[in-house]
Design a protein around this ligand. Sequence first.
Ligand SMILES: O=P(O)(O)OC[C@H]1O[C@H](O)[C@H](O)[C@@H](O)[C@@H]1O
Length: 552
Amino acid sequence: MPNTALTDAAAFKQLQEHHQTALGWHMRELFSAQPDRFERMSLSAAGLLLDYSKNRIESSTLELLLSLARERQVEALRDAMFTGEKINFTEHRAVLHTALRTPAAQADAAALQVDGQHIAEDVQGVLSRIQSFTTRVRDGQWRGHTGKEITDIVNIGIGGSHLGPQMVCTALHNFTHPRLQSHFVSNVDGHDLDAVLADVNPETTLFIVASKTFTTQETMMNAQTARRWFLKHAKEAALALHFVAVSTNAQAVGAFGIDTANMFPFWDWVGGRYSVWSAIGLSIALAIGFDNFRAFLDGANAMDRHFREAPLESNMPVIQALIGIWNRNFFNSESLSIAPYHHNLRFFPAYLQQLDMESNGKRITRDGSAVEVATCPFIWGDVGTNGQHAFFQLLHQGTDITPIDFIAVLKPAHDIPQHHQVLLANCFAQSEAFMRGKQADEVRADLQQQGANEAELNMLLPHKTFNGNRPSNTILMQELTPATLGALIALYEHKTFVQGAIWGINSFDQWGVELGKVLAKTIHSELTGEAVPARHDASTNALIALAKQALG
Ligand SMILES: O=P(O)(O)OC[C@H]1O[C@H](O)[C@H](O)[C@@H](O)[C@@H]1O
């Protein structure tokens, strides 16, 4: 991999110059001069269409960005990931979430090894266990301790052991089993667990304790509390019918009191934020059934094959990543807003926050030096049309220019008439408005037509004028299915990967998260009186004292 700074790359320097020219472009002019812009600047893969024509780019911009990708050896790093090299070098780990979705029959599946272990067999073995377990629960063969069918599944996990299951179960709501209600508990805040326990019956509830490490404070605490709650209603022998675990840490699972026969394993070469495809997806397979879970994996696998095989210029994750680099490193956009126009995708922005920001929220390059450019933008957003009535004003007329990813689904999963046309009309109208804006002469004509007098017109003109030229991508799919959702997540995973490769950072560790965990342990022991308060700063000391007083 290149050990040179990104800013020394020839293509980077050319892009800096090119950017000076790009500052003079307005997209509305580019569109009127180029009727074929959509054809040239959109592409399809794995059931998704990416329209990237509403960006401040020309063909020459793309050529330079592609040269940058080549110069930064994105393809070599991609191949290293797919073939199991330990590219997560700070943790000495391979990065093989893609292997979790590779069908056993696919040519490259059998060859993959990690530390001499053929991993395809392990992957297929766990998948068959997931298949038989989820089928038994769904068919009503696996029953609670009083002989009743399971009605509620509670996934206890946080971060990657929570966001994926919750997002996918919500997105695929229309595919879920009518008897099984999914619940998710992540926060150590007791209000979270309390609300779920109030809603479920211990006779018919299955708890999944999902944690890669099985040491995460929040998950362990929630799991212990759920276990105590359960034991108020049942005997210890009944636990095995109501508690299963998903983890890489069999020892800790056993110590917790879950029989390892009830544990679904995965491996350290699966990062937490990439683990939805592993046994962490157990709650998904329970909700939507194994065949749909397999379709979800297949959709991601279709995107993997596209990412591996398509030339860079027609490679969707590569193009999406390069557009992001253009906006971030040349136009200095500090954030990226995610706008899914589908209510069932309401947890998708939160899911992407972990995926992208935990992966690329880094400032040190692979050779240990500080990056010289900005890396991951803030990722945030909400579903359309809700966001339009909250923060879109800033997106239209605020002082920062925030690129937006619009995600739309052409066919709804409901049969209520008219709503979907209105939803899609709003989505397309927004991206058009961000691109075109509303120029002063158009505002003037409108105001004159409304009969505004000259003074009124001059007062309103600057307020009602939108410059436009604000960039967005639109991702379209026919329907939101397990397969298209799988492809959509994989698209963003690979986009994140390509950007990390260009910035020269390790996208697969997360040392920053560790510090907070350590500090919280110290303060917790001070709060509970087991330790003498450490000498913190005056603010932290006072806050601890106040909490101690209140909690007794
Ligand atoms: O699955 P667990 O081991 O409980 O970890 C849960 C989460 O913990 C930390 O926050 C990590 O930064 C995340 O990447 C991880 O997903």
